[in-house]
Design a binder for this molecule. Structure first.
Ligand SMILES: [Zn+2]
Length: 435
């Protein structure tokens, strides 16, 4: 254990939202403290050519589901029937803890193999399985926000008796007490009311109270699919909650707030966007999932005009991969589709450097971890990804331009390998296949 140096071309997100390119760069870090000591350009002639080696900060995935990984690619249905036919039966299997352990390991290792070092994830409704997921995350060393899924509504779709409101709260508090800020702060508990369709107003209210008193993050889904939006609206109307929109359900229950992550957010009216902005809540864009489940296309640029922070999430298994580069690609492509659907093509399309920034320093900022991770800077934790390019990588790539290099990472995944991943200066074992 001592000082370690990595050499290569560094792609480093900066505070002003751009990506700095450092050719012949080096990163020096302390393996013991896990902190970055120095980063810069090397003038040493002793360093062999490292032109085909790239160093980036570990990426941040802000939305995904651990028990759903074995369900990727289960196609053809929209959100609600998909949940019923494919996803709920899979999640129920998490009551078997050896199975939960295996899937959790697969999930975290898979994320790491794609260069994700921080992930925000839903477990299942089971307290014990959520505990197992934390245990596995701790052993592997990944940074993760994990929450037990809270559901207290009989959706007549979850083929298992659901815990009562009080049980949901108690189980979540127990898990939070055990795991929050554990493993040197790498693990955090996140309160996880699944979505308004599966939560009563009482559960939402109580969750908001407990989470905010304890300073915890909250994650949920909002306005993902048009049928879901209608279903939730009619559900709460039947219970005589006077709310003009689904966002008002979260406003009324006090779920909205600075530490609230709202996944999807496809169908929001201007007053809803205003509410989200005023509350300080964050929108998590899940473009791969939005296409896979035929949910729709989030108008990223339009939401930007509200100055609402937007992050990116893979949303496995609505998304079919834990690759953040794939997620970035779908974010860019979605921005083109949004333009195509508008006659006057009003918005510039998203750029590789932008989506890369959102997936690194931007994601860290949303989690209030930008003093610690998200870019390669002195005194930050050494969460680093080493990428080795194959000869084909440079065919049409301008190696002096960050946007051009990132285009390759995003669009040409066969031209490079993610070779090494470090979290707080410790190299992570990326193997997971067990006999
Ligand atoms: Zn989701």
């Amino acid at each position: 254990m001592g000082k370690k140096e990595l050499f290569g071309t560094i792609l480093n997100p900066t505070k002003n939202g751009s990506v700095e390119l450092i050719k012949n760069g080096f990163v020096e870090f302390d393996e013991k403290t896990g902190k970055i000591l120095k980063v810069g350009k090397t003038n040493s002639k002793t360093v062999k050519s490292t032109e085909n080696v790239f160093i980036i900060p570990g990426m941040v995935d802000l939305h995904s589901h651990i028990p759903q990984l074995p369900g990727v690619g289960k196609n053809a249905d929209e959100l609600l029937p998909w949940l019923k036919n494919h996803i709920f039966p899979l999640e129920v299997r998490f009551s078997q803890l050896d199975y939960a352990e295996k899937v959790s390991r697969f999930f975290f290792k898979e994320a790491l193999r794609f260069g994700t070092t921080t992930i925000v994830a839903y477990a299942s409704v089971h307290k014990e399985a959520t505990d197992v997921a934390f245990e596995v995350a701790k052993e592997i060393g990944i940074r993760a926000f994990i929450g037990k899924v809270m559901m207290d509504r009989d959706m007549k779709r979850y083929p298992e008796e659901l815990p009562l409101m009080s049980r949901n709260i108690k189980d979540s508090i127990d898990l939070a007490k055990k795991w929050h800020n554990s493993n040197q702060g790498r693990l955090q508990y996140i309160f996880t009311p699944r979505f308004a369709a599966s939560c009563t107003m009482k559960l939402l209210e109580k969750t908001a109270k407990v989470a905010k008193e304890g300073g915890f993050y909250i994650q949920t889904h909002l306005a993902e699919n048009q049928s879901e939006v209608k279903f939730i609206k009619s559900l709460f109307e039947r219970e005589r909650h006077r709310v003009p929109t689904n966002t008002h359900i979260f406003k009324k229950s006090d779920i909205l707030g600075e530490k609230t992550l709202l996944a999807h957010c496809l169908y929001l009216s201007p007053p809803e966007l205003q509410l989200i902005k005023e509350s300080g809540s964050k929108i998590i864009h899940c473009p791969t999932s939005n296409i896979f489940l035929q949910s729709g296309f989030m108008p990223y640029r339009r939401y930007e005009t509200y100055e609402i922070p937007i992050g990116l999430g893979t949303d496995v298994a609505g998304g079919y991969t834990l690759s953040m580069f794939n997620c970035m690609r779908d974010a860019i492509e979605t921005s083109k589709i949004v333009n195509l659907l508008n006659d006057n093509r009003p918005y510039p399309i998203l750029q590789p450097t932008e989506v890369f920034w959102v997936s690194t320093l931007g994601g860290a900022k949303i989690l209030q971890l930008d003093e610690k991770i998200g870019s390669i800077e002195e005194n930050k934790d050494a969460d680093l990804v080493v990428i080795k390019a194959k000869p084909s990588f440079s065919f049409y790539c301008n190696m002096d331009d960050a946007n051009s290099i990132l285009q390759n990472f995003i669009y040409l995944p066969t031209t490079y390998n993610i070779e090494k991943v470090f979290i707080a200066g410790k190299e992570i074992d990326l193997n997971y296949e067990q006999n």
